[in-house]
Design a protein around this ligand. Structure first.
Ligand code: MN
Length: 254
């Protein structure tokens, strides 16, 4: 099995290396990841400028390709034939913070896996629910083991078309994990605030500020699973059609 590893935090992010090293135990790993942080960049396709990919050496001496495009560009380049050998599966992460509920539309980690689904490859996004204001290096070991386990299972099964997996891992030791829960997207509670400031020339500028998001820990959801110390696996589909509302919309006159 040839595994493409990518992320949205940049090729030198510790979560990527932790996951790549665990995945090397179950397959051949090639890393193609952005050369800088693209967190919360959404699903990107770079068409207005050239893309470059250059070989870099990671802290453990292994090599990777650093690309100046978005995470989804990295996946697209590989699917279009960047590498001498085709890949069988795309695993994105490990993102340091959870991607829950509506986060999936912002997340570069998840949209890299979405790009894989567009190319009919199995895509898995892996995020760690680390404390928002953690200081010092994070421990990615549990999430890396989980990532390899999920990848191994998916390599034996076959994901349906247009489908990807969004995996979120509680921040604890592997022994403290209660198990795996198949979940649906929960509800994020964003606490964004508009921060208005002035530049030295008197012109206003804005930040999307405020506190980190929380979530509604409802049973059966990604948020709920993490709260109860379970790994959350949410199957996502690229078909965003609201099938429930479509029926009602058909009764409206246009
Ligand atoms: Mn990120």
């Amino acid at each position: 099995m040839h595994i493409l590893v990518t992320n949205d935090d940049g090729v030198f992010a510790p979560g990527l290396l932790a996951m790549a090293n665990e995945l090397r135990k179950i397959g051949k790993v090639t890393i193609v990841a952005p050369d800088h942080n693209w967190s919360a960049s959404g699903h990107v396709k770079t068409l207005s400028r050239p893309l470059r990919a250059k070989e870099v050496i990671l802290p453990d001496g292994s090599t990777a390709l650093a690309c100046d495009g978005a995470p989804s560009d990295c996946v697209a380049l590989v699917c279009l034939g960047l590498l001498p050998e085709a890949v069988d599966i795309v695993v994105s992460g490990i993102n340091p913070n959870a991607n829950l509920g509506h986060d999936v539309t912002y997340s570069g980690t998840v949209t890299a896996a979405m790009e894989a689904a567009i190319w009919n490859l199995p895509g898995i996004a892996v995020s760690l629910d680390a404390p928002e204001y953690h200081s010092g290096p994070l421990d990615y070991s549990t999430a890396a083991i989980v990532a390899a386990h999920v990848t191994e299972v998916i390599s034996r099964k076959k994901l349906p078309e247009q489908t990807l997996l969004n995996v979120n891992v509680p921040y604890c030791t592997i022994d403290q994990i209660k198990g795996y829960q198949i979940t649906r997207q929960g509800l994020r509670v964003y606490r964004d605030e508009l921060v208005r400031r002035e530049d030295p020339r008197g012109r206003p500028y804005y930040w999307i500020g405020g506190d980190a998001p929380t979530g509604v820990p409802e049973d059966g959801t990604d948020v709920g699973a993490l709260t109860r110390c379970y790994v959350s696996i949410t199957p996502l589909t690229l078909d965003l059609t609201s099938h429930a509302f479509k029926k009602e919309l058909e009764t409206w006159s246009f």
